[in-house]
Design a protein around this ligand. Sequence first.
Ligand SMILES: [Zn+2]
Length: 439
Amino acid sequence: MTAAPASHPVSARVALRGDLLDFTSTPEWGAAESAAVRFRPDHWLLIDHGQIMGTLPGDQSPDITWDHHDHRGRLILPGFIDSHVHSPQLDVIASYGTELLDWLNTYTFPAERRYADPEQALTGAARFLDALLAHGTTSAVVFPTVHKVSVDTLFAAARERGMRLIAGKVLMDRHAPDGLRDDVVQAERDCVDLIARWHGESRLAYAMTVRFAPTSTPAQLAMAGRLCAAYPDLYMQTHLAENRAEVQWVKELFPDARSYLDVYARAGLLNARSVFAHGIWLDAADRAALRDVGAQIAHSPSSNLFLGSGLFDWTAAEDAGVAVSMASDVGGGTSLSMLRTMAAAYTVGQAQHKPLSPWRAWYLATLGGAAALALDDFIGNFKTGKEADFAVFDFKATPELEWRIDHAKSIEEKLFALITLGDERCVSATHILGEKATP
Ligand SMILES: [Zn+2]
């Protein structure tokens, strides 16, 4: 994957001045201070043809051949990576009164059916990606819908914006309404065609996308596993053990499997490039299996709280050595904002008396997410040579935040206040490959 796709023009040289914050490794769980944090107040971030070229202290201004952006007093961080989000579900975010299985049938499936219409798919993709950028999110792992056109339009819109995106056609050949089911033969044909067109094109990658075990027949799961084996650098994304009624249903549908995760493992869908959303109702054997292959759980805290799915036991995953990334899961999740997502993750931790530190939360939404997706050679921090995707945060975005920041004694205290009180209003600008991508 190249750093600067031809369809996305990038300026030669861009320099931004502000307080640079990024991570060089994994911050310890719960630590208030960490050597993994690199904080460089008042520095220039230098970008040449979309790549990080280095930094300079604020008083050493680069010459006038650089395009200057002055963000003094603001925080510049690597762009957020949202490891699980549904592009068509902005239409049903904030829907009242249901748990997972009812919520799918009542709100989500009718909304997704509309994406068979190319016009709707086109406008929906553009609106979704522009919303991600407005929230400071520069990369995401995305579920469009079962319709091929929803994937084509999403990838095309991401390429137009120069974004690094992972997505794939949703597979569903049973237990879904008319207009949302495919079949094994046609689905395989569509996937092969989409892989040829989009996987490795520009900054895009294809993910075999199984909605969840109940909506695919064993034959379709096996087909997805075959394609993962045939194309070993594909990603695989699905949902796993989100809600107790769902877990029970999977048990009835797949009586021979040891566990929900085992359904995917038997189909060849458990590997280092697998992204499993939720993973709340797991046991020790499941966690060991995830760890052994290097698969990740996309923790989706605002969704888990909103749909009443349960509390993800992060420290159990941590203790077992399972990779965890941070996800909004809109529209089960209540906001595309990774600040709101981190605040929800903190709340989920607190409810289990295991508070998540601001460093660890922000690391997982940037470099940690990149590492879990094997993209840390390209994105995630400000290391020289990496792709320059980042966001600028304003501590003065709201009066309450500004007041709280004025009373903060350290950068970690400020960052925690930003997580707790902030949202997309705090994102002053988002840049893709150095270029400003927000109005
Ligand atoms: Zn989801």
